[in-house]
Design a protein around this ligand. Sequence first.
Ligand SMILES: [Zn+2]
Length: 414
Amino acid sequence: MLIKNALIVDYRGARKEDVLIEEGKIVDTGRFEKERDNTVNAEGKILIPSFCNMHTHIGMTFLRNKGEGLTLHEWLNKVIWPYERKAKEIKGIIYISALVGIMEALRSGITCINDMYFNMEEVKKAVEEAGIKALLTPDICIGNEGMNEVEKLLNEKSNNIKIGIGCHSIYTCKREMLEKALELSKKKDIHIHIHVAETRKELFDSLKRFGKRPVEYLDEMNFIYQKTILTHASWVTKREIRIIGERKATVVHNPTSNLKLATGGIMPFEEYVKADANTTIGTDSVASNNSMDMFEAMKTAGLLQKHKYWNASSGNPSIILKSATYNGFKALGFKSGLIEKGYNADLILLKPDENMHPLNNPLTAIVYSGKPYNVEKVWVNGKIVYEEGEFPTIDKERVLEDFNEKMNEFAGLS
Ligand SMILES: [Zn+2]
């Protein structure tokens, strides 16, 4: 396939070139006079790497808009966990929920998710059918079933799907479980994904229970290393930021979720960049967001940094775009996120409508003016997975019908 005349933008900047794709990979960029059988004329359009959404609970779509107006701990205890216990009685609800979530993800150009949940076998089925990429991390803190899921799924890995270990948090996971997770992670060379330092309550409880701050508590057991993905990581000291940077771990900023759940502390994203941590961006679940929109996540992340540091030059669009694309893929071990020879053809074609014109500064236009409705086409490994409102790999009508059916079943139980 040849994509001709696009304005190519990745975090390094913009250039006008053609992109030649063979067997799912970018094999060359430059100027190609000879047309190919499959030539996409992208004149007037922008070609960017697709997004890697580094923190999702995609099977949780069925809980969208439930438990509004609550802070994290009330929201979990009073609404989310009781509903999730009920959902476990409905086979297939996580699968169909995940498919609806993936449709929403694709509309904003997300082709890869880092997901934590239960019944991950169902999420895996949805990810495979849709043809996207993922790191799936079953939550082992919910009992033996989580660890069994990790071990079962590890035997079914594929090129597009990686398996890791989810540890919900230091307040739901006992120390021995965290140590078990670490041992397995090192043994199998797989990722660990954990929520940490999300709220002030978590911090105070950690000081009371363990005599240590959350990141220090984890670091004491050597939990933080290159394969560790720390999501939220907002209530931290400079020392904790330094630890995470030195360990070369990945942090995920979920700005919309933090704002919605009123967690107070704004994630010190720019300090993590300076400390050399691998900074990435996520949406979190649609129950704590209430949507899955990477453009919104990028813009909110940037604006929060400007606000936090009283510095209008914070929220540099190149760093934000790098965190939403290249850094996420790099963390998960996928060679995507740059438009360059040798990289996977995981790409988005953007149509810059009136909201992006005039195109004075392409990087700023993407990060601060872009919207999901600018997404025209999305490719994974050179294959179209979204095109102008249509999903070639997903039967949208059937999925929405099945989703409604499951939701009725769920309402019957509530
Ligand atoms: Zn989460």
